[in-house]
Design a protein around this ligand. Structure first.
Ligand code: IDP
Ligand code: MG
Length: 139
């Protein structure tokens, strides 16, 4: 059975553009409950660890630089079938391919600067949530 938690970040360019409130509003309006929430910034080495799974991909260096370039919002979200439901809400990685009504269609600047992260599996959602949040920061 699919799990009911996912992990997200509102990425630096979307925070810098002042879109965090609008994005969180879409998330909550789509039926996700906020379990944990934090305004923080990844160091370069933390961003490198977080995206370790992508280290062989050609865009890894660019991705790490970008994710460490400014503050982000990190959150754990709860809903039935959370991982897939949230991937539907955010849309395709490349905003040019993202469906109407999705967060990336509305807010992403490019395939790299695509406004939000969403976990790709229940297992990674748990790992990513643990990267940012202790038990006492979850409600
Ligand atoms: P996802 O965020 O939709 O799961 P992934 O393939 O897991 O997409 O890639 C992780 C992140 O790396 C993307 O959200 C985006 O910021 C960046 N990225 C993915 N593909 C490219 C690319 O071709 N060029 C530059 N950055 C990319
Ligand atoms: Mg991914």
């Amino acid at each position: 059975m699919a799990g009911n938690k996912t992990f997200t970040m509102i990425k630096p360019e979307a925070v810098a553009a002042g879109n965090m409130g609008k994005i969180l509003d879409m998330v909550i309006a789509s039926g996700f409950r906020v379990v944990a929430l934090k305004y923080t910034r990844l160091s370069h080495s933390e961003a490198g660890s977080f995206y370790e799974v992508h280290k062989e991909r050609p865009f890894y260096g660019e991705l790490v630089d970008y994710m460490a370039s400014g503050p982000i919002i990190a959150a754990v979200l709860e809903k039935d079938n959370a991982v897939l439901s949230f991937r539907d809400l955010i849309g395709a990685t490349d905003p040019a391919q993202a469906a109407e009504g999705t967060i990336r269609k509305r807010f992403a600047e490019s395939k790299a600067k695509n406004a939000v992260h969403g976990s790709d599996s229940d297992e990674n959602a748990a790992i990513e949530a643990a990267f940012f949040f202790s038990g006492r920061e979850r409600f």
